[in-house]
Design a protein around this ligand. Structure first.
Ligand SMILES: Cc1cc2nc3c(=O)[nH]c(=O)nc-3n(C[C@H](O)[C@H](O)[C@H](O)COP(=O)(O)OP(=O)(O)OC[C@H]3O[C@@H](n4cnc5c(N)ncnc54)[C@H](O)[C@@H]3O)c2cc1C
Length: 416
């Protein structure tokens, strides 16, 4: 009789892996997390400068898992999104261009009980909340520790750590980001490529209130996003061609500020950069399959996408909700949670959403990082058309909120 170290071993205690661990635990399954980084390192201000737009359905999952008191003080409601096909500074101001899209949560308020379009949260705040949730739930975390290899056997999986320790469980989940060891061990290929773009990320303090409005406008080098944070700050994701982005990162604070002011405009008054400037080379990598015998993939290990529409983490969180529900239900029915029949339910549930969103994001990058006048005209007309058609606007809002299709229970705010 094989003795197991856990029901599910999760490689990677990032935002997707930790959410899955909490969801499984809430359904009576015993997870074990492995990560090379101790939680304390993840919480340092210079560890991850990004903030994520969290779809309202994904936020419901965290609320259901008991994280609301830890997250809500840091969560900025995003009540409106203004997408502008602007090439000049300040084009985000309505009225300056006929080509814009305006999403307003008030339009779907009756169907989502007043929820905003999403919430903006700094990654380090989210990680702190998840770390606290994981600790409070009594989930075993092996960190600093790294998954080195994975060997699937007929009735269980062996996970060897870099220390040489061998763990056994019926199932291992690869949630260790784009370089996933688990994916490689399963022999699952990833299809993808690098974009000639880098995301320059920083946080700014605004002179004028942002009013919960997120702005995205499109420049030849790529999109420029101004995402509202608490305390009248904003997270900027400034996509630039790679060499320009590196020059910006290396620039003196004075030179960086001068470029930033030209790009940002003055529609929110004076802006002041707070904290470091980070750069993230952008790429896409989609695993050909989401599971193999005794192995499932989650988050960026399964699908890393361009941040153009803020969907990368949301895909991982939706995956966590679906995978947890499948595993918990299978366990309650007495099924083998690592069997192909069970894992294929997860893969089938997530396949369509994952593939359509990944393909959509890639098409968006091409369409919106393009300075060809004809393509600019086409995308501008497309935006104007969607903006004028109420049902199309409302569809995009539900889609961005992750509230379309057959939703897992946690995304509806229901416990497992
Ligand atoms: C500029 C930018 C802006 C973005 N904005 C948004 C947004 O607004 N909304 C959104 O939804 N998404 C956004 N994203 C995407 C989002 O950041 C990622 O999708 C998300 O962080 C992926 O989380 P993850 O937990 O899957 O992986 P990761 O964050 O990569 O975590 C993986 C974890 O695995 C650990 N690990 C690595 N190797 C091993 C190993 N061998 N064994 C065990 N553990 C291991 C790592 O230490 C890490 O903790 C953005 C991305 C970028 C680049």
């Amino acid at each position: 009789m094989t003795t197991f170290d856990a029901d599910v071993i999760i490689a990677g205690a990032g935002m997707a892996g930790a959410t899955l661990a909490l969801a499984l635990k809430s359904g009576g399954i015993e997870p074990l997390l492995v990560d090379p980084m101790p939680f304390d390192t993840q919480l340092e201000p210079n560890f991850d400068g990004r903030s994520c737009a969290i779809a309202f359905s994904c936020f419901r999952q965290w609320r259901t898992l008991g994280l609301a008191p830890l997250l809500e003080p840091h969560a900025q409601r995003m009540d409106q999104i203004l997408v502008t096909d602007g090439r000049s500074p300040g084009a985000a101001t309505p009225g300056q261009t006929p080509f814009f899209l305006h999403f307003d949560a008030a339009e779907i308020a009756d169907r989502v009980a007043g929820e905003p379009l999403g919430y903006m949260l700094e990654n380090r705040r989210t990680r702190a909340a998840l770390a606290e949730g994981v600790t409070r739930a009594g989930i075993t975390v092996l960190a600093p520790q790294r998954v080195a290899s994975v060997d699937a056997r007929p009735g269980w999986v062996e996970v060897t750590l870099a220390s040489g320790r061998v763990l056994k469980a019926p199932l291992v989940v690869g949630a260790e980001g784009r370089g996933s060891i688990v994916r490689k061990a399963a022999g699952i290929e990833a299809v993808g490529w690098d974009y000639p773009q880098t995301g320059v990320v920083c946080t700014v303090k605004l002179e004028r209130g942002h009013g919960g409005v997120a702005h995205e406008y499109f420049m030849p080098g790529g999109p420029f996003a101004i995402l509202p944070l608490t305390e009248d700050r904003a997270s900027l994701v400034w996509t630039e061609k790679r060499d320009r982005a590196e020059a910006l990162k290396a620039a003196s604070p004075e030179a960086f500020n001068a470029h930033l002011h030209r790009r940002f405009g003055d529609f929110l008054g004076a802006i002041t950069v707070v904290g470091p400037v980070f750069t993230y080379p952008l790429s896409i990598a989609i695993a050909e399959k989401l599971c193999a015998p005794r192995i499932a993939l989650l988050g960026d290990a399964a699908h890393g996408v361009h941040p153009i529409a803020g969907q990368g983490l949301n895909l991982g969180l939706k995956g966590a909700a679906a995978l947890a529900e499948v595993i918990v239900e299978a366990s309650r029915l007495g099924e083998d949670i690592g069997s192909e029949a069970v894992l294929e339910r997860y893969a089938g549930w997530r396949r369509f959403d994952t593939n359509t969103l990944a393909a959509g994001m890639d098409a968006f990058v091409w369409l919106f990082s393009n300075d060809n006048p004809l393509i600019r005209l086409v995308r501008g007309l497309g935006m104007t058309a969607v903006n004028r058609i109420g049902p199309a606007r409302r569809f995009f809002m539900h889609e961005a909120g992750g509230a379309v299709g057959d939703l897992p229970r946690l995304l509806k705010g229901e416990a497992l």
